[in-house]
Write a protein that binds this ligand. Structure first.
Ligand code: FAD
Length: 384
């Protein structure tokens, strides 16, 4: 089942991850601590700058290299959620930033000196309906003054810069609801305590996610990315990479559960024989393997389209849906096969089970993908 793409990257990532075993992740999970040493090791090895062009100090590789990195982290039992956004958030600056902004920020992001791994889109009252965001940036001379609130903004406390989506024109004053939003690059080092308050949210997984409150935060107008009013389109642009990379994490999770499930089924003896001799144990594992393999092909397909600069929004969505459901099925079966031991923290199954559940909700929930496929691919009438 293993992919053959980027074997050298996979081996190097697997070697690095072996230095961070289950015990490491368990300890962090227990106290909801950020995996600083792991993130530093990945940064030093250059794995977080694979998508940054060489002229800015990255390795200039395609998206497939990044999927290999994240899949292997997850297959090893770790979690890329603490830093995966360092790989792709910079895409907004790379694609839509000015030459000056790229020269100013990208080399630091590539070296890891600058952490650009927070992106603020979701708001408590807007939910998935992003055009309803109300965080507003008012132009005042050479500054923007930002007021509003964001929720579920991950890694905000571990980021030097944040890509922030704001309204710059009220929804009622634009022709299309998706117009009138803009992207600002917020320097968190200056903003926190000066109009930005970060409040961590404790969740069922160790994800460093937060709530943000903006109270007259002043941002230099030169930190506007691209054109004012076009921000929604810039954010949409970056979502394909994000969804494909998250799907790759799910494939890694799926393989983790299959590795662990099969090993345990061979080893555990009940009624005088390995439980894996029973077809009632074999078939769910085999089905999980089939589902993870099929989803992995969809991830590869979406990645190939992305690398060829072809439209891939639907394929990225479908890959994320299939991969998140395949990893969840594999997680459920792996836990079941482990019996009571599946619930013991030291096996890492329950932690990974909790972690992989996220991806049916974030970064886009399953229903929203189905709605996109129904209306955009099948031509069914829109329901909202
Ligand atoms: C741990 C975590 C980390 C996150 N990190 C970030 C981050 O870094 N930055 C960021 O901007 N956001 C982040 N998010 C937010 C995430 O993208 C959203 O939670 C997700 O998109 C779902 O939006 P919502 O929570 O507002 O759900 P809602 O939009 O309120 O939807 C709730 C449920 O209703 C369903 N639903 C809604 N409308 C319809 C409909 N018309 N038909 C059928 N079903 C519908 C949805 O599918 C969902 O299941 C994160 C979330 C979590 C939990």
């Amino acid at each position: 089942m293993d992919h053959v793409s980027h074997p050298e990257i996979r081996e190097a990532v697997a070697r690095l991850c072996a230095r961070f075993p289950g015990e490491y992740w368990r300890g962090l999970d227990r106290d909801r601590v950020y995996p600083t040493e792991f993130v530093n090791a990945l940064t030093e090895a250059g794995f977080l700058s694979v998508l940054i062009p060489e002229e800015y100090g990255g390795s200039g590789l395609g998206l497939g290299a990044a999927t290999a990195v994240l899949e292997e982290i997850h297959r090893s039992g770790g979690n890329g959620g603490a830093c995966h956004a360092q790989i792709y958030t910079m895409g907004c600056v790379l694609r839509h930033g000015s030459a000056e902004q790229k020269a100013r920020y990208l080399p630091g992001v590539a070296s890891g000196e600058i952490r650009l791994q927070a992106f603020g889109v979701t708001e408590p009252t807007a939910g998935t309906d992003t055009t309803r965001i109300s965080t507003f940036a008012r132009r005042d001379g050479d500054r923007y003054i930002v007021n509003g609130q964001k929720i579920w903004i991950s890694r905000a406390e571990h980021s030097d810069l944040m890509v922030l989506l704001v309204r710059t024109t009220p929804r009622e004053d634009v022709k299309r609801a998706s117009d009138g939003m803009s992207v600002l690059l917020v320097d968190m080092r200056e903003a926190v305590g000066n109009g930005l308050t970060i409040r961590p949210i404790r969740t069922m997984i160790n994800h460093a996610t937060t709530e943000l409150f903006f109270d007259d935060l002043s941002v230099p107008a030169e930190n506007l990315i691209g054109e004012e009013g076009r921000g929604f389109h810039y954010i949409l642009d970056g979502m394909n990479a994000e969804r494909i990379l998250i799907a790759a994490e799910c494939i890694g999770d799926g393989k983790f559960f299959l590795d662990r499930g099969a090993a345990y089924a061979k080893d555990r003896k009940v009624f005088g024989r390995p439980i894996g001799e029973n077809q009632g144990i074999q078939f769910p594992l085999a089905r999980a393997h089939v589902q993870v393999s099929a989803a992995a092909l969809m991830v590869d397909h979406a990645t190939a389209l992305f690398e060829a600069d072809q439209p891939c929004g639907t394929e990225a969505d479908m890959a994320k849906l299939l991969a998140s459901e395949a990893s969840w099925y594999a997680a459920d079966q792996c836990l079941q096969i482990h019996g009571g031991f599946g619930f013991a923290e030291e096996y890492d199954i329950e932690r990974k089970f909790r972690e992989t559940r996220l991806y049916q909700v974030a970064p886009i929930s399953t229903n929203l993908i189905l709605s996109h496929v129904a209306t955009h691919v099948l031509g069914l009438p829109k329901s909202f």
